[in-house]
Design a protein around this ligand. Sequence first.
Ligand code: PGA
Length: 260
Amino acid sequence: MEIIISSTYEEMSKAAAKAVAELLNSKPNAVLGLPTGSTPIGVYKELARMHKSEGLDFSRVTTFNLDEYVGLKKDHPQSYHYFMHENLFKHINIPKQNVYIPSGTTDNYAAFCQWYERRIKECGGIDMQLLGIGSDGHIGFNEPSSSLGSRTRIKTLARPTIEDNARFFEKIEDVPIYAITMGVGTIFEARKIVFLANGANKADAVAKAIEGPVTSMITASALQLHPDVTAYLDRAAAGKLTMIDYYEWVQAKGPGAPKQ
Ligand code: PGA
């Protein structure tokens, strides 16, 4: 895993957005996997800026979102459909038909989940998956004890997740209890993973994910087995990494052998 530690959230977001832009410049019809939450907002802002001022083109890009709350309509202000539209899609030139977000209101979740998995494959698989991490170590809504081989399905949210996400709702009872989420196995098939975390409240989960044992109790720890992961962290989120001096040393020297 490559670990890039930035001094601020803005710097972290710009570094990750640059990685996305580099992919789109080399593969204009790339397939992106996208997260919601507070973490990626800075990346989305920077991508919108790059589209507006530098012509970053999304006209051939396809996106698949990680998850959606069960029971929230697309136009509900806390739905992930709404979030993606407000924070990214309305600011860029992605065609509507290239956007896939799990449905929170289908009448057949099992069939929908199978279709979603099939659509990802039909579109050629995910080239780059962006991910945040929950304070309980989840990726997507793959809560502790989720199978590391899991596929898109309905998950019951864990109490810490409901408490974390209550800040977006009027009261905690309004937070949906169920979500539809890509599985750890689905995420793992992305060719490249961009893992994002900021803030001291993520430091424990980040340390467990990057340096702890691989365990379904911290589903982000499965990323240790993936061949191409870059973690973009701000200093606060990196605060509990025991090998931080080494990661900063690698970052300063540039990873890999010197060029011949
Ligand atoms: P956050 O959520 O970005 O709002 O902290 C991350 C997550 O739960 O995956």
